[in-house]
Design a protein around this ligand. Sequence first.
Ligand code: COA
Ligand code: AMP
Length: 621
Amino acid sequence: MSGFDEVYRRSIEQPEQFWGEAARGIDWDVAPATVYGEGRWFPDGRLNTCHNALDRHVERGRGDQPALIHDSPVTGVTRVHTYAELLDEVARTAGMLRGLGVTAGDTVVIYMPMVPEAVVAMLACARLGAVHSVVFGGFAARELAVRIDHARPKVVLSASCGIEPARVVAYKPLLDDALEQAEHRPGRCVILQRPQCEAELREGRDLDWAQAVRGAEPAPCVSVAATDPLYVLYTSGTTGSPKGVVRDNGGHAVALHWSMSHVYGAAPGEVYWAASDVGWVVGHSYIVYAPLLAGCTTVLYEGKPVGTPDPGAFWRVVATHGVRTLFTAPTAIRAIKKEDPSGNFAKKWDLSGLRYLFLAGERLDPDTYHWARDLLGIPVIDHWWQTETGWPIAANCVGIEPLPVKPGSPTRPVPGWDVHVLDGDGNDCPPGVEGAVTVKLPLPPGALPTLYRDEARFHRSYLERHPGHYLTGDGGHLDADGYLYVMGRIDDVINVAGHRLSTGAMEEVIASHPDVAECAVIGAADELKGQLPMGFVVLKAGAERDPEEIERELAALVRERIGPVAAFRRSVVVSRLPKTRSGKILRATMRNIADGHPYDVPSTIEDPAALPEIAQALKGT
Ligand code: COA
Ligand code: AMP
């Protein structure tokens, strides 16, 4: 039995012993006497996540080590915070929040671009035991409003603007608009003024961030129960209302700390860079919490893989800051490859310090894998996980024992994750046979314990379909060696440039167009972004409209209601949608047509001629 097999076996057969040992990597105010009980990890432990991310490292001599490097090609600024400096700023920001009445258990919405204050804000909430909910900047005001109404924050933390390569995105008008649309009224909004675009502050509600923090006393860490929530992160479900994934404090700290050494092979003091955004789970886990819990230096990159200014941007950051581990999405590598196919920009930089490239967020196609592997000459590691799980379910755990790579597979389930591929009746599929990818309960520490204020939806979405198993929403298969192949979502969630989006949410917006009778949105394969949303619309009788004009109007509507991140541009007008006789739209069949996969014509189809029309419409795009 190999080293990996042994560790994996122990994690599944003796989970309490396994995670009890891992818990020793964390400082506890009250060490947990029980590792797992009543469905929760470390139910009687107490700790503070911010203490584990900052204070303990300063106390143990890492005060002068860089904790956070903000590298921002879009503003031309690089700023470094040592652990001592970051602790000081976080403690004062926590003091500011405390002064505004924020206490343990309160929620705080953070709507911010990739600036150090976003990280500071998250850690300041953690310091107080307050629950942060970060909203990605690429969402529109309405999406922000929906999250504000659900999270009911006492305070909103935001900034005057974010910076995209081609434009300055004024965040404050979006926030104002969201607060007009929302029913919930936060007590205060604290706005970070950026020089690229000053925001107008509303008397009585808005505060200037710098001023508010200047007058604040540093706040100490508040001890919380391991099972208390650290954050809520909304993610796309199959309907228009997002799911509030809850993360607890104890399980999260233990699992993320363990993952840094065992999955990523990263040691304290090393520079670790996740090129993502703090608005996504990758940003929460591997820009902010895990690298700091592990005493690494983390990089916060405000730029793109290409165009800021060129496809050598990532390699510059790696070489300049001595990055040992890089984590990004395959789409970013495809963007670089497209602009610099021979890798000339990479050759300009000394990349000898880079040891691993980890990729996640979408399926890593073998072409992209081989290109990156040949270019960098280091292990390129596909790993699979999701917002709900918080850390990798399947990966090549280089910190335990690197296994042979099979391109197209994120290797094997990580210790703690008892992955099963099930058929429709809940039986394990034989090797090579595709089914629903599930995880046998209990989920390991760090995975979601529930959905925020919606336990019923948590059960309905994840636990009901296959009792005793967590449904991931992905389809795939295991091979005879236990390698997992994740082939894509089996629900109405799509993945656009590593961003998770709901086609159901887009359909709700499109259906609100006055000329649309009915519609379906699917994810169509795209060379760069993996998938792009594509709409099929049936117009109301009598709506004599130019299809191109309709397409433009629908694109504008989705951009306005969901946000630019949806990248919704293409839609076609069809005479009817393929449906079963009971009226269910055949989205899965449409997806197969879009991806060029073989498809059966279901016997229950209402009108078989609807399918060729879809295929024809796709050919024309
Ligand atoms: N605030 C405001 N707008 C934002 C935004 C933000 N934080 N992030 C993205 N947007 C906007 C973009 O400006 C763009 O708008 P446009 O339609 O006016 O051009 C739109 O949302 C789509 O953005 P993006 O997905 O970044 O696409 P792109 O075409 O600008 O760039 C890639 C393509 C591949 C370079 C880019 O998607 C990328 O870097 N992807 C990596 C994804 C990633 O890290 N995912 C996290 C999981 S690991
Ligand atoms: P998110 O919750 O935004 O992280 O998106 C999670 C979804 O992205 C998963 O359910 C998968 O569909 C997809 N995904 C993430 N990583 C991978 C991967 N390595 N291979 C295949 N799909 C992935």
